[in-house]
Design a protein around this ligand. Structure first.
Ligand code: KMH
Ligand code: ZN
Length: 310
């Protein structure tokens, strides 16, 4: 794929609403951002659900359904639903979106990490938070294991196979590449695979160019260049844009969005649309064409919007 695939990760579960007023919360807001990002050049949107009342990450299937239906009504964009969910959810709650709504694409997280968000709490007093769950959500992550066991991964993939949903593998550390190789060798994962290197989560590998080169060269050696395609997320600003720009010259694709980074320029809070627009401008500076949703469907062998469950 010569064209660049831009994924927009719209809301996530690793931030709290106090951190940016632009984080979309309700199904209407999330769907509106999806449509805006697609117009700006994103071929894929990655979605999580939040409780519309208080912004807490949610596994409510009705909320997911409303987000998915609203997006489908207005846009042809590929939707990749999370199975990472949020910190309070069980593995069963996290995966339920797959059998319920049968999306084209869903994440599959490739290993367990202590997903540490607690440093973000340093910037706030208790009275600063918009909602009462937010402070504990950030601080408790000091002791939170984002669990993705080998059995869990296998189970998630069985749900995806039954739903005709293709996995997008999320790798947060070098060890996850070796997990991937093990699961390929044992027949749990079939090639070719589509993966996101998630760099910059505290608890995983960090978001420098050297770390990205480590991930790609390790994957080339362990999995084989011909067996995978990849995209990168650099968590935080300016890492999101530094790694995305670097990835463009290494044969990779890019993910931007408020799930991972809240700024579009130094000290300037971003909207999702602005993050996609800036990424597109960078790509255009280097005369790189942008992939359309249908080109991504063909590239990743997705089943198509006519075959989703919503
Ligand atoms: N919820 C985070 C802990 C995914 O979407 O699959 C990780 C995450 C990954 O968001
Ligand atoms: Zn996510």
């Amino acid at each position: 794929m010569d064209k660049l695939i831009i994924t927009a990760a719209l809301t996530g579960a690793a931030t709290v609403p106090t951190q940016s007023k632009f984080i979309p919360i309700t199904p209407q807001e999330i769907a509106a951002d999806a449509v805006a990002c697609a117009e700006a050049g994103a071929a894929v949107v990655h979605i999580h659900a939040r409780n519309p009342e208080n912004g807490m990450p949610s596994g409510d299937m009705a909320v997911f359904g409303e987000i998915l239906q609203r997006i489908k009504a207005e846009s042809n964009v590929v939707v990749c639903t999370t199975t990472g969910g949020g910190f309070s959810m069980t593995p069963e709650q996290r995966v339920r979106v797959v059998p319920t709504w049968k999306p084209e694409l869903a994440t599959c997280n490739m290993g367990s990490i202590n997903f540490g968000l607690y440093q973000a709490a340093r910037h706030y007093q208790s009275t600063d938070y918009r909602f009462d769950w937010e402070e504990a959500y950030l601080k408790d992550s000091e002791n939170y294991i984002f669990a993705n066991t080998f059995k869990g991964i296998r189970t998630y993939l069985e749900f995806m196979k039954a739903a005709g949903t293709r996995p997008e593998f999320e790798l947060y550390d070098v060890g996850h590449i070796y997990n991937m190789a093990h699961l390929i060798e044992t027949g749990v994962i079939a090639t070719p695979i589509w993966m996101q290197f998630v760099l910059g989560v505290l608890g995983g590998i960090q978001a420098t160019v050297a770390d990205l080169v480590t991930m790609v060269t390790t994957a080339d050696r362990v999995i084989g260049r011909e067996n995978y395609n990849w995209s990168v997320i650099g968590v935080g600003y300016p890492k999101e844009f530094e790694l995305a720009t670097t990835a463009m010259f290494m044969g990779g694709h890019v993910r931007v969005g408020l799930e991972d980074n809240l700024l579009v320029k130094r000290r300037t809070p971003a909207t999702n649309r602005q993050l996609v627009e800036r990424m597109r401008r960078i790509a255009e500076e280097f005369e790189r064409d942008i992939a359309t949703p249908d080109e991504v469907r063909q590239f990743l062998n997705l089943k198509g919007l006519a075959n989703v469950g919503y």
